[in-house]
Design a protein around this ligand. Structure first.
Ligand SMILES: Nc1ncnc2c1ncn2[C@@H]1O[C@H](COP(=O)(O)OP(=O)(O)OP(=O)(O)O)[C@@H](O)[C@H]1O
Ligand SMILES: [Mg+2]
Length: 254
């Protein structure tokens, strides 16, 4: 099994934000996690990415127990994430924002810049080429030398995804990547997610936007008040009475 969440629980004081949740994510698929506001999605996301240590339960990735590992170790294990709110470097260009994420891949670091400048330059060229390929994948090459913050919101979101991919992850975790996007941008994002998956990267997608989830996920887990209430493919989840009830008043979204 690729990624397994086993009886995960997270308590904040008296509040049980995530309550005994188990599910698995298959390699090479897009797995969606949906649920109403405050249902615990970001909390699960933060446990997966090493930002929160679960109160109890286990996270097993490629057979290894990664529960409670710090974020940088989780990154080394092959996870990359984006944030629900954008976190780009304001004074850097799009290309620089992506390249700075490749830092941990660098073999010839500071010492080589001083003692072996040719190797350092070669490595820099290689990273530039890799970063430009990611910009192509996200369809943002034309903005490579623009300041990231000068770009429209939807484009900045893509820069953030390119940055996450720059660490060469096995699994990409996205927290509400469609937040603040218009319908055209959301449709473009769905296509981008499919392209990323086709390149061999598994995607774990936390989303509020039903259209994005229904249009791109193979498997969906639905939570409400910290508990799992349904799971399955789009059709199965869409017609589940517990899901309809959790989203009551929003059925038109389903
Ligand atoms: N660091 C924290 N400290 C205390 N309570 C928290 C913390 N993080 C989340 N919570 C609480 O846990 C519950 C789940 O929050 P979470 O952010 O996981 O929900 P969500 O499903 O991501 O919501 P949204 O759709 O609004 O992003 C909420 O009641 C929230 O107030
Ligand atoms: Mg959230």
């Amino acid at each position: 099994m690729f990624l397994e969440l086993e009886h995960l629980t997270m308590k904040f004081g008296g509040l049980v934000a995530v309550d005994d949740i188990s599910f698995s994510v298959n390699k090479g698929e897009i797995h969606g996690l949906i649920g109403p506001n405050g249902s615990g999605k970001t909390t699960i996301f933060n446990m997966l990415s090493g930002y929160y240590k679960p109160t109890s339960g286990k996270i097993v990735f490629e057979g290894k127990n990664i529960t409670g590992l710090p974020a940088h170790k989780v990154t080394q294990a092959g996870f990359a994430r984006t944030f629900q709110n954008l976190r780009l470097f304001k004074s850097m260009t799009v290309l620089e924002n992506v390249m700075v994420s490749m830092g941990h891949l660098a073999k010839t670091q500071l010492l080589n810049v001083m003692f072996n400048p040719i190797a350092a330059q070669k490595e820099n060229d290689l990273f530039t080429e890799k970063a430009m390929k990611l910009l192509d994948l996200l369809d943002i090459r034309q903005y490579a030398h623009n300041l990231a913050v000068s770009l429209p919101y939807g484009t900045q979101r893509r820069v953030e995804i390119a940055r996450a991919l720059a660490t060469e992850p096995k699994i990409l975790l996205l927290d509400e990547p469609a937040a603040g996007l218009n319908e055209v941008e959301t449709n473009e994002l769905a296509e981008i997610l499919t392209t990323i998956r086709q390149s061999g990267i598994t995607i774990f997608l936390v989303e509020h936007d039903m259209k994005l989830v229904m249009g791109s996920c193979h498997e969906i887990t639905v939570i409400d008040y910290g508990k799992k209430i349904a799971e399955g493919d789009c059709d199965c989840v869409r017609s589940d009475p517990r899901v309809i009830e959790a989203y009551l008043g929003k059925e038109e979204d389903l």
